[in-house]
Design a binder for this molecule. Structure first.
Ligand SMILES: [Fe+2]
Ligand SMILES: [Fe+2]
Length: 178
């Protein structure tokens, strides 16, 4: 079995922690407590720099290989591959919205919340789909030689936030989220 899919599963658990954090900060918008927009921006910097660059492309390769297996339904695979593009676009939009807020430019609160919640909703639905159907299918359908080939394609890309060595720009989030 592949180390890659175990790492992808660990990434999911970490992404969920970050989504929970973002959601808890968003609850403060318009209330008495001030959301930490700077830290939310750091989270989105990570999301658009590590999962978007390393996590989804690894899954793309696994899912495309899965699609080649006889009897595997293309429909759910195509949906998830499309969602990767949507996550990347919505992630950039959310990050840009946070930059707007941080630069004290004007933005309607409802527009900001809509962008933020749309991103979180999409990510959660996507993770659920992968964990409940595509990862189990990949573990079942892909052979040892498939996994060896997939493993060989990937360069080692340590996670800069949840890995053993934390990049300086993420040390604040790591200390808050753990
Ligand atoms: Fe994915
Ligand atoms: Fe994923």
């Amino acid at each position: 079995m592949s180390e890659v899919i175990d790492q992808l599963h660990r990434d999911h658990l970490n992404i969920v922690k970050l989504l929970d954090y973002l959601e808890s900060e968003l609850k403060k918008v318009g209330g008495d407590r001030i959301p930490d927009f700077q830290l939310m921006h750091e989270v989105m910097h990570y999301m658009t720099s590590y999962p978007d660059i390393y996590h989804h492309p690894r899954e793309d390769l696994i899912f495309n290989r899965l699609r080649d297996k006889p009897g595997v339904d293309d429909g759910p695979i195509d949906d998830v591959l499309e969602e990767h593009q949507e996550i990347i676009e919505r992630g950039k939009r959310f990050r840009a919205a946070l930059r707007t807020v941080l630069s004290e430019s004007m933005m309607l609160t409802e527009d900001f919340l809509e962008i933020a919640h749309a991103y979180i909703r999409l990510q959660r639905r996507h993770l659920d789909r992968e964990e409940s159907s595509l990862f189990p299918l990949a573990r079942e359908e892909l052979s040892d030689s498939d996994w060896r080939e997939i493993d060989a394609i990937f360069e080692n890309a340590p996670d800069p936030l949840f890995g053993r060595l934390v990049k300086a720009e993420y040390s604040h989030i790591r200390s808050v989220i753990g």
